[in-house]
Design a protein. Sequence first.
Length: 88
Amino acid sequence: MKHLIIHGDPGIRKGAVIELHGEEWLCFSVARQGEYHGPERVQLWCVVGTPEETGDFERRNFVPMHLDVDTADADEVEVVRPKGELTV
C-alpha cells in the first residue's frame, strides 16, 4: 500500500484499477486537491494497493503517515477500470 499523487485527472474514482510502470494498483481512496486554490492542474491524492490489501485498508490496519509516496503525471497512468466497488 502507498500514497500516489497524480498531477492531472486521468478520470479515476474510488475503486479504480490503474497501471503504473508495469504494475496494477487498486485505488482505495481518491482525494481531489487544488481545484479552487492551488496548482495549475488538479492533483489526485490516492491510497493505492493490491487487491490482497483491501482488508487492511478497510480495517485501517496501516499508519497513513508511514506509507511510501509516489508521484506521476496523468498521462503516465493507464486506466484499466475507471471506478468500481472495493471488492476482492
